[in-house]
Design a protein around this ligand. Structure first.
Ligand SMILES: Nc1ncnc2c1ncn2[C@@H]1O[C@H](COP(=O)(O)OP(=O)(O)OP(=O)(O)O)[C@@H](O)[C@H]1O
Ligand SMILES: [Mg+2]
Length: 201
């Protein structure tokens, strides 16, 4: 099994950008958001359970799950939120383990936006957190998603604080500079990971 480095950070902190840089070095990337969507594809076990539980009303016209309706239901109903969580959590965890086991490299990057919120850090060998100033995060979010500053502020503030996130970090990438600075930090971490994981075998 490859070693697992969990990469996390707030919204628009640079997770995808940094994962791309690791990918360029040949490091496999596993994305928790993609897995969460894969396990509820039409026809899957979880999909069938969800339709049975909420009825066909939970589907879009194209037969896929209406994820925004589902989000709204569980946001307003703790009982339903727990039901869905209990269904999906083990399935997502199993799929994640399967995808990790399929990789033959010495380590991989597991991109997990809600690593701290969902208590998933115990699944990782190392936790890599992105440190970005609030003002830069805000600026990048507004620009990328073309949304108002007040909405972007709310989105950032609804997440766990940077201070709490950093308290889980084994390693930190500071994303307050340009892409060259990011690349330098990623290259250095990559060498460190190769060295430390090799010496563990
Ligand atoms: N160092 C940087 N210099 C310039 N732009 C950057 C830098 N880092 C990230 N960005 C830009 O900021 C935006 C957010 O970055 P990115 O999409 O990688 O964040 P994310 O953490 O994956 O976001 P999400 O939580 O929505 O998945 C993107 O438009 C990206 O191009
Ligand atoms: Mg992203």
């Amino acid at each position: 099994m490859p070693y697992v480095v969990a990469l996390s950070g707030g919204i628009a902190s640079g997770k995808s950008t940094i994962a791309d840089l690791f990918a360029k070095l040949g490091v496999p990337i596993i994305d928790a958001d993609i897995i969460a969507r894969q396990v509820v594809q039409p026809g899957s076990y979880a999909f069938n359970q969800i339709v049975k539980h909420f009825s066909q009303e939970i589907l879009l016209a194209n037969g896929e799950l209406d994820r925004s309706q589902l989000r709204e239901i569980i946001f307003n109903n703790e009982h339903e939120r727990l039901w869905l969580n209990n269904l999906l959590h083990p399935i997502i965890q199993q799929e994640t383990q399967t995808q990790i086991a399929m990789q033959s490299k010495i380590y991989l990057i597991w991109v997990v936006p809600l690593l701290i919120e969902n208590n998933l850090h115990t699944w990782a060998d190392r936790v890599l957190i992105i440190d970005t100033s609030f003002s830069l995060q805000l600026e990048r979010l507004v620009k990328r998603d073309n949304i108002s500053e007040s909405l972007a502020k709310k989105m950032i503030q609804s997440q766990v604080s940077l201070k709490k996130r950093l308290s889980y970090a084994d390693d930190i990438i500071v994303n307050d500079g340009n892409l060259l600075s990011l690349t330098t930090q990623v290259n250095l971490l990559h060498q460190q990971y190769l060295n430390s994981f090799k010496s563990k075998i």
